[in-house]
Design a protein around this ligand. Structure first.
Ligand code: N01
Length: 546
């Protein structure tokens, strides 16, 4: 079939956009429902985040035994994770294994960038236009485009004049990059920067790190997985997964029910120290009030300030590395040797908060009138999170209204999975879902199962359209904003709020009340016949004509 303009046409029940964790599971799950399903993926392979973010040191900050699928007990028993925190190559291998093991590739089209997705009210079909000039029709679209998949490159004056290579951590080349003997400039000090900096430091002649905001980081203490722990975890996998689902982050760790002020100063410090030695983001679970009480937060932050001072030898550099913000407002970073890297003679930290980057020259970065020589630029400058990847696609629903326009004053969705005016279009880990505040993989499975349930319910009602009611959506957004305001989440500039992107409306995007509350809401909505969703029949069935 052709569209009259030379592009091929195809039609599926469901088109899934993206072949990361969410897309692969969506394909697997929707196939099981008997729906013809196809994945369209911009990259040349599976992986999503773990396909693009292949910078040296890229590693997950959630433990591998938990940052993995649970839909197949055989898979979780068979797959052998080698380290506590998996590297990007290991996760990419895992996702390729999943694609092969469940025979998913036959329904995937790679190197296929979705440019527009337009709803036709007459036929009730979505028309999906891709960069290869083809058009695909689908009754349902599942956007599995990820939360951190639209990279952000600030516009520094003179950037295009830079003579050497420039790499963004989220668009890293497949070929290894060798920094040996070079002057390297790294811009940014978030999670990506903290992972790449210690590795570049080992190779470069001189590494200059340009920091606008200091970030909190706790050690990973990564290493090979302990064999006894692995054995125990696998023997109890199903039970462990169930227990994790009952925790606010969906991640199994000990949530101390005590508040900061219930214990003595000595016991409090002992708890912080134990968490520091344990490593990982469980530090924020040391006391139950760290993210809600200013003074509790200050004490938890002070402990990390002391740690930074004890690791970094130059007191001036240590002070520069100490954040002045609320801990846990931005995402807590997990590092391996980041702070100690500043004790090296070939590493310098340049403050660009007081004096922002003036310009980039062909051979360096100018700050406060000083030119820092650079052969290579590394941009670890983050993402237009949660809405960026969706807004890059021209998504048009009823009456031709675009999702980007609808969301100009902040994203509006019901449960983070659907938005009114965009029938039969679902988002996995969309804004309004718990996604990034939780262990992503189990949460993705929950979101996809819910979406599969929505589609089945819509099919059972005749296969027309399904979308949220405006009132349900508005209540969802308002409730989440209310809860977020009661936490300390609004007290910084963060990608959760979109405030790292110039001009983006400052709104707390993820669902903040935790995974169990979200699951309970979803279950309640299902049990009440998909309360808050509107089902309609297609007026004129023109589907056959497409
Ligand atoms: O991005 P970020 P990221 N001038 O937004 C700076 C996940 N992740 O890629 O803070 C100067 O955190 C910016 O400065 P500021 C994880 O969820 C996970 O590091 O805006 N600097 C900041 O320092 C994480 O939270 C893992 O003042 C500029 C940096 O660039 C998320 O991805 C690993 C600037 C961006 O930091 C994003 O992390 C990696 C400018 N004009 C990522 N513009 C793990 O699993 C931006 N910056 C471990």
């Amino acid at each position: 079939m052709a569209d009259g303009q030379g592009g091929a046409l195809a039609q599926f029940d469901v088109v899934v956009v993206g072949a990361g964790f969410a897309g692969l599971y969506a394909l697997y799950r929707l196939r099981q429902s008997g729906l013809s399903t196809c994945i369209l993926e911009q990259g040349s392979g599976v992986g999503g985040t773990w396909y693009w973010n292949r910078y040296p040191g890229a590693r997950c900050d959630t433990e591998s035994l938990q940052y993995s699928y649970q839909f197949s007990e055989e898979l979780q028993q068979d797959w052998e994770w080698s380290e506590r925190y998996a590297t990007q190559p290991e996760i990419e291998r895992y996702l390729n294994h999943v694609a092969d093991r469940f025979d998913l590739r036959r329904d995937m089209r790679f190197s296929t960038k979705v440019e527009a997705t337009v709803f036709d009210e007459r036929s009730g079909l979505w028309q999906i236009r891709t960069g290869d000039g083809n058009t695909t029709f689908a009754r349902y679209v599942v956007m599995a485009t990820g939360c951190l998949s639209s990279s952000l490159t600030p516009k520094f004056e003179g950037m295009e004049s830079f003579a050497g290579p420039q790499y963004h951590t989220a668009l890293w080349p497949k070929e290894p990059v060798d920094f040996t003997g070079q002057n390297v400039a790294v811009l940014g000090t978030g999670s990506s920067a903290m992972q790449v900096i210690p590795i570049i430091a080992e190779q470069a002649k001189q590494l200059n790190v340009f920091q606008r905001t200091a970030n909190y980081a706790v050690p990973a203490w990564n290493g090979p997985l302990d064999r006894d722990y692995l054995k125990w975890f696998k023997a109890n996998y199903v039970e462990n997964r169930k227990r994790a689902k009952r925790l606010v982050s969906g991640f199994l760790c000990y949530y101390n029910p005590k508040t900061t002020f219930e214990v003595s100063d000595e016991d409090r410090d002992r708890e912080y120290e134990a968490r520091w030695r344990e490593g990982g983001i469980g530090y924020l679970a040391a006391f139950s009030d760290i993210t809600t009480n200013d003074e509790a937060n200050r004490l938890a932050a002070d402990f990390i300030h002391r740690k930074i001072r004890s690791i970094v030898k130059d007191p001036k550099v240590a002070e520069l590395l100490i954040p002045d913000s609320v801990i846990g407002c931005k995402r807590l970073c997990v590092h391996a040797g980041y702070y100690a890297t500043y004790n090296r003679d070939n590493v310098a930290l340049i403050d660009v908060k007081t004096d922002p980057v003036e310009r980039i020259t062909p051979t360096g970065v100018v700050v406060a009138g000083k030119d820092y020589p650079a052969d290579t630029l590394v941009l670890a400058t983050g993402f237009d999170a949660m809405t960026g990847a969706l807004n890059k696609i021209d998504i048009r629903g009823r009456r031709g209204i675009s999702l980007k326009e609808k969301w100009a004053e902040g994203p509006r969705s019901y449960l983070g999975v659907a938005s009114s005016g965009f029938p039969n279009l679902f988002t996995v880990t969309g804004p309004g879902s718990p996604s990034v505040l939780t262990n992503m993989v189990p949460t993705i499975e929950q979101h996809v199962d819910f979406i599969a349930g929505c589609i089945a319910a819509n099919e059972a009602r005749g296969g027309g359209t399904m979308e949220p009611e405006v009132a349900a959506e508005e209540a969802w957004v308002a409730d989440n904003d209310g809860v977020a305001h009661r936490t300390l989440r609004y007290n910084c500039t963060s990608w959760y709020l979109g405030s790292n992107v110039p001009g983006k409306k400052r709104v707390f995007m993820p669902f903040v009340a935790g995974l169990p509350a979200f699951i309970a809401k979803c279950d309640e909505i299902v049990s009440e016949g998909y309360r808050g969703f509107r089902f309609e029949q297609i007026q004129e069935n023109a589907r056959g004509a497409a």
